[in-house]
Design a protein around this ligand. Structure first.
Ligand SMILES: Nc1ncnc2c1ncn2[C@@H]1O[C@H](COP(=O)(O)OP(=O)(O)OP(=O)(O)O)[C@@H](O)[C@H]1O
Ligand SMILES: O=P(O)(O)OC[C@H]1O[C@H](OP(=O)(O)OP(=O)(O)O)[C@H](O)[C@@H]1O
Ligand SMILES: O=C(O)c1cccnc1
Ligand SMILES: [Mg+2]
Length: 556
């Protein structure tokens, strides 16, 4: 790592985060195909594969590309162990010759070139996110793990970005999904990629340690209901924040405040007796964390118990020089309850002359998703932070991104995959991708060209064609041209490869990228599709190859 935390290509790149990511984490057919290539002495033919997806998820018109670092870590450490070779021998047809296993033993991916769009970039359908070039048998073995590593990562990062879009820039977003995620890898991956997508923190301690994501959390209903009465508190003393003296009985101080609130001018009549087990839990938590007091206020009754109890403890803490953090609401009408809680806090601020009390932080949770966040915005609310779990990490609204890995060239021969469904026809050739920016600062169109075409130039008009629809085309005079595919693994070609940036930089890139998109691509309802095009030369070539490969039908 250098001083910015970047991993230099000349240094050792660590293995994948998940130790389950090994050469065997692939489909059986990749090994049988590898054997058939080997048997036909075709295994060393140089193949180019594109990894891309066909449709943006969640009914949107953009996707966040994520998972690249794990792919680079995987192939930089690729080695089939002796024990794995034995397993393969036992599990491939007995007719497989020993020479094949010697070949597998020698594979290390050092001859595989990986070009990719930087992780955290906003990307679009059909555009290769990664271009993988190497011996056909080897690249074929990489298909399944690469698709696996990109699919969920990009899906959940996009989901996070969409939640951020609805919540707004100023809100704190916390990922609380570990318990509901699809297994341990789902949980840890969700924390990593939601952070990239714009979340601020996670409750997942393992993810905090692995990736340095800020750890955040409150407490649960079980903590509140585990206390019975004020008698549960044995040590009632609390040292003042400045260390000058100790309050011998913090419980009495809290009780006095509760009484004052109850009979105050502005709050009189809102509540009578609050729940004493809840009050005990809050006091206990404040004694443990006087600097970080945040209370879950909905266990019994938010306005008649949770909020007054919280305020009494916060005011007592304030007497001793501490500043409470705020509350969490986890049920009921979150718009209404957040507004009522805010009113209560403001009354306290005014009544007792405590500047800042009205701004106490309000966190909301409970089955939140894009729709509920949108509904809260429409109704008006006072929530500062959201804790989001199930809908976010399980990608409840869409289960998979549908990433594919298609052969586009072998031994310098461009290849195409045809389909009845035009959207499924692959775009042949080893390609370069450019993002063209217009007069305003936002991107206008992505254009794919053949590898050896001259790149688009600033100020020079270029024809951008829809890859399959003849009539859809436009001239563009770019004000800025960005080549998207960068070299991450040089395949021993000696080309300069990119460093793997730290997670924070990927997150920042993602946030900046989203900010520069034209807003009609981003809106939730009927967003405008972003244009993805090919050069005139590539267009002609696609259709030439298409005609060449498609058999002519015969009508009878
Ligand atoms: N103001 C609101 N507008 C729209 N949806 C809301 C609003 N407030 C909360 N919600 C959502 O409504 C749902 C309420 O869930 P549910 O009907 O299970 O009640 P609950 O509040 O969880 O009750 P309990 O926890 O007492 O069973 C949650 O998905 C929550 O995110
Ligand atoms: O609601 P999610 O978006 O999944 O966010 C995480 C949830 O997990 C916790 O409670 P849990 O759901 O385990 O219990 P509860 O529903 O009984 O509060 C927390 O209180 C949140 O409600
Ligand atoms: O810290 C929290 O409040 C939390 C963590 C995980 C799930 N639900 C809530
Ligand atoms: Mg819940």
């Amino acid at each position: 790592m250098d001083s910015n935390g970047s991993i230099k290509p000349s240094r050792v790149i660590p293995g994948p985060t998940n130790p389950m990511v090994t050469p065997l984490l692939t489909d059986h057919y990749q090994f049988t195909m590898a054997y058939a290539y080997w048997k036909a002495n075709k295994h060393q033919e140089r193949a180019v594969f594109d990894l891309y997806f066909r449709k943006n998820p969640f009914g949107g018109e953009y996707t966040i590309f994520a998972g690249l670092e794990e792919c680079v870590r995987f192939i930089s450490n690729y080695k089939i162990s002796e024990e794995e070779i034995h397993f393969l021998k036992d599990n491939l047809p007995g007719s497989c010759e020993d020479g094949f296993f010697d070949y597998l033993r020698g594979i290390d991916c050092s001859d595989v070139e990986v070009y990719a769009i930087p992780e955290g970039t906003v990307v679009f359908p059909k555009v290769p996110l990664m271009r993988i070039e190497g011996p056909v048998a080897v690249v074929q073995l990489l298909e399944t793990p690469f698709v696996n590593l990109i699919n969920y990562a990009s899906l959940v990062a996009t989901n996070a970005a969409r939640h951020r879009f609805v919540a707004g820039k100023s809100k704190t977003l916390l990922e609380f999904g570990l318990r509901r995620a699809q297994g341990p890898d789902g949980g840890v991956s969700a924390s990593k990629y939601c952070y990239i997508g714009g979340f601020d923190g996670t409750s997942n301690v393992a993810a905090g340690r692995l990736f340095g994501i800020p750890l955040r959390g409150t407490h649960s209903h079980a903590f509140v209901s585990s206390y019975m009465s004020l008698g549960d508190i044995s040590d009632k003393s609390l040292l003042k924040k400045d260390g000058s003296s100790t309050c011998k009985d913090f419980v009495v101080l809290v009780q006095n405040w509760l009484n004052k609130i109850k009979w105050s001018n502005s709050l009189c009549g809102i509540f009578s007796e609050t729940n004493q087990s809840e009050l005990t839990a809050f006091i206990s938590y404040a004694l443990a964390f006087p600097n970080n007091f945040l209370a879950l206020v909905d266990t019994y009754d938010v306005m008649r118990s949770g909020i007054p109890n919280f305020c009494a403890v916060a005011l007592a803490l304030s007497d001793l020089g501490y500043k409470a953090v705020g509350i969490r609401l986890d049920s009921g009408d979150l718009a209404y309850l957040s507004c009522e809680s805010r009113k209560f806090f403001r009354c306290i601020e005014e009544e007792f002359g405590l500047p800042g009390f009205g701004k106490m932080s309000i966190t909301a949770s409970n089955d939140l998703n894009e729709e509920t966040l949108d509904a809260l915005n429409k109704q008006g609310h006072e929530v500062d932070a959201y804790g989001i779990g199930t809908y976010l990490v399980t990608c409840y609204a869409q289960a998979a991104l549908g990433v594919v890995f298609k052969l586009v060239e072998i031994d310098n021969h461009p290849r195409i995959k045809l389909s009845e469904d035009v959207s499924k026809v692959s775009i042949p050739c080893k390609k370069r991708i450019y993002r063209l920016y217009g007069k305003e600062t936002y991107p206008l169109v992505d254009i794919m060209t053949r590898e050896n075409e001259p790149p688009p130039k600033v100020g020079q008009r270029i024809l951008c064609r829809h890859p399959f629809q003849e009539s859809k085309r436009a001239y563009v005079v770019p004000q800025h041209v960005e080549e998207l595919l960068k070299c991450y693994c040089d395949g021993s070609s000696g080309k300069k490869s990119e460093t793997l940036p730290p997670l924070k930089d990927i997150r920042e890139r993602c946030i900046k990228q989203l900010e520069q998109m034209r807003c009609d691509h981003m809106r939730r309802l009927n967003p405008t599709p972003y244009k993805v095009s090919v050069s005139a030369k590539l267009y002609d070539f696609i259709h030439h190859l298409w005609l060449n490969e498609a058999p002519v039908g015969e009508l009878q």
